[in-house]
Each structure stands twice: as C-alpha cells, then as structure tokens.
Design a protein around this ligand. Structure first.
Ligand SMILES: Nc1ncnc2c1ncn2[C@@H]1O[C@H](COP(=O)(O)OP(=O)(O)O)[C@@H](O)[C@H]1O
Ligand SMILES: [Mg+2]
Length: 234
C-alpha cells in the first residue's frame, strides 16, 4: 500500500514541555485512521505538529511522498491536505455560499464539485444566501466539513468534528465521509471521542494516552468497540 502520511518517531510540545513522545504511524492511500483518547492526551497537538503549526523536537513527517518536516502550514495545505482544527469555525459574517466558495479559485471549474457537496449536505441547498453565523451549531460543523471537502483534498485531517453534535448530524457527517472516500479514495486521519462514529468512518484505530500511542486495532474486529471503550473508562 502506498503511504499518504507517515510519522517517524515524532516528538513535539510547547516550549520546553514535551507532549508527544516518539510517535510513529502510517496512513495508507485510501485508508482512514482514527486516533482516539481522552481529553488532554495530545491528540490535537499531534495534528498541529503534522500541519506545521508546532516545531518538531525530533522525528520526520512525510506527506504524499514529500518530507514536510520543516514546511510551513500553507505549503503543507497546498500539497493537498484539508485540515479542520478543533477550534476552527466557519466565517460567521459570510453567507453559506461564500463560506463554501472562498477557497475555489475558478468557480466555473468547481461548479460540479459545488453541486456534489450540496448533494452530500442537502441542508444547504435552499440556504446558500443565509448568513453562516445564524446556522445551528450542527449545521455550522457540517459547513466546516463541507468547506474542507470541497477543495478535493487527497488527505483529510479532522479534529473532533462530532463534539457536541446531536446523533442525526453525526450520522450525516459519517455518511458524507464514507461516501467521499468511496468516490475519491481520500485518505483520512480523524481525531475522535465518539466511538460509533470513529468505527464507522475509519479502518483502523490508534489509542493515544499521555502523548503516546498505546493500543491499536482494526475497526472491523469483533470487540473493537469494547476495546476502545475500555481506554475511555480507565
Ligand atoms: N498552546 C499550548 N501551550 C501549552 N500547553 C498546551 C497548549 N495546547 C495544549 N497544551 C497541553 O498539551 C497537552 C495535550 O493537549 P491536546 O493536544 O490539546 O490534547 P487533546 O487534543 O488530546 O485533548 C495538554 O496537557 C495541554 O494542556
Ligand atoms: Mg483536542
């Protein structure tokens, strides 16, 4: 299997504080991986490190065949990564339409893609003119994911997008990601605390505890849900 993303013994943190210790992992082309674990374990730090927002103390990161270890975030994104950080949100003052089309340089070229995204998230079809800040919390999260998908990234990195959402919205998001992957072969790295969502969207899971990956498995294995849940209860 070709590799979309690979980390070799990456350590990083904030100032002198080490948060991640020797993280190695691989996401194959067309593979979806979920990293799970309780709050404060270093999951978001890992994504910020991959995306170039935090300097690495050691180790290397490879993305789509390039060694991106010392690249700046904009250059990493340009290589074909869609990243929705945990604290990201939509542009509240702009319309739904403007939020979706902001990153599209050539609207004519992207017309087909625009329509496709609307089919994935039909809730926006009649609401393109609505100011995004007036959408419900769940709709705003869907818009954020739609905006990440619309650029057709080769790799999608999502940080706890189901946080605080109601089950129907979570199901919609899972269906959209599963469909997108089937259609485009997009590789995915998702951070999650919602176990059913992660098991639906990912092929494999990794458990992070105090900056280390301490367990892993296939989401299709019998007992996967119970194995993951155990780590949240410990
Ligand atoms: N900007 C920051 N400066 C210093 N420490 C931070 C910062 N952001 C997060 N941390 C610390 O790093 C650790 C991991 O945080 P984080 O990666 O956000 O965990 P998770 O995403 O798993 O909840 C925590 O101890 C947190 O307090
Ligand atoms: Mg986090």
């Amino acid at each position: 299997m070709n590799t979309a993303l690979r980390l070799d013994q990456v350590s990083s943190g904030y100032g002198a504080a080490i948060v991640l210790r020797d993280i190695s992992l691989e996401v194959g082309m067309d593979e979806s991986i979920a990293i799970m674990g309780k709050n404060g374990m270093g999951k978001s730090t890992l994504l910020k490190t991959i995306m170039g927002y935090l300097p690495k103390k050691s180790g290397s990161v490879f993305l789509l065949g390039e060694n991106i270890s010392s690249w700046k975030p904009y250059r990493i994104a340009r290589l074909g990564v869609g990243y929705a950080a945990q604290e990201h949100s939509i542009f509240a003052d702009l319309s739904v339409y403007d939020n979706l089309s902001l990153g599209l340089k050539n609207l004519l070229y992207f017309k087909g893609r625009f329509d496709e995204i609307l089919r994935l998230f039909p809730v926006f079809e009649d609401r393109l003119a609505q100011q995004a800040g007036t959408l419900s919390g769940g709709e705003q999260k869907m818009l954020l994911v739609a905006r990440t998908l619309i650029l057709h990234p080769k790799v999608i990195i999502l940080d706890e997008i189901t946080e605080g959402l109601q089950p129907s919205v979570i199901e919609r998001l899972a269906a959209a990601l599963v469909y997108e992957r089937k259609r485009s072969g997009t590789s995915m790295l998702i951070i999650e605390q919602n176990i059913p969502f992660a098991l639906k969207v990912a092929d494999r899971y990794l458990i992070m505890k105090q900056g280390e990956l301490i367990d892993r498995g296939n989401t299709g294995d019998p007992g996967a849900a119970a194995s993951v849940l155990r780590h949240f209860q410990l």
